[in-house]
Design a protein around this ligand. Structure first.
Ligand code: ZN
Length: 201
């Protein structure tokens, strides 16, 4: 059986810390409204996120290896959607994967940490997938792929970043390793503005 664990790097939550973080909690709860339809739910989830991450706790879960698949990705389809659809079809909720191959166009980006938005750009060109690694976890109950990619052109020059749709497959080989245990879920994190991993609540 897998185990959910919490590793404490600091003392456990103090009442004063919770009081001090109340203004931030309120702001983040309002921001979280973009992700959650219900305000009370957003406050609850944001409070949990604050309690967990502001206390400098590192979450991790232990998993056992499940099924392993090697597959050829379909021509002219979106890379992220292909991976997520495969996971849905095979009931994978937690996994790591890698892809090699080539794309005919790509959308990649990086996270602007000050503005808390992704800055993306699209390149419509034949490029080799030098490396693409990522993981699968659950967001809103569905498998979500988080992947980073490095692409090379005919001169060996590379670009890379966080992988977005649309990225169109020319040819692709995927190696996906299922992990069995309680799946990680993504929830809004007010500190970074990202949907980060959080143990099940
Ligand atoms: Zn990323």
């Amino acid at each position: 059986m897998s185990r959910n664990k919490i590793l404490c790097c600091a003392n456990s939550a103090s009442k004063s810390h919770i009081l001090l973080s109340m203004p931030y909690l309120l702001i983040d709860s309002i921001k979280a409204r973009f992700y959650y339809p219900n305000f009370l739910l957003s406050v609850f989830l944001t409070f949990n996120m604050h309690r967990d991450f502001n206390m400098k706790k590192l979450f991790y879960s232990e998993y056992k290896l499940g099924r392993r698949f090697l597959g050829r990705l379909a021509y002219d389809k979106d890379l992220i959607s292909s991976i997520e659809n495969f996971c849905r079809d095979t009931s994978i909720s937690m996994a790591t994967f890698s892809v090699i191959g080539a794309v005919s166009s790509v959308t990649i980006g990086s996270y602007d940490q000050k503005q808390q938005v992704y800055v993306t750009f699209k390149e419509k060109a034949p490029l080799e997938i030098v490396s693409c690694t990522g993981n699968i976890s659950l967001k809103d109950g569905c498998p979500m792929a988080h992947a980073h990619i490095v692409l090379g052109d005919e001169q060996g020059k590379t670009i890379g970043g966080h992988l977005f749709s649309e990225t169109i497959i020319f040819a692709g080989e995927i190696d996906i390793q299922e992990l069995t245990g309680k799946p990680m879920k993504r929830a809004y994190d007010g500190t970074t503005g990202l949907m980060l991993w959080k143990p099940s609540i």
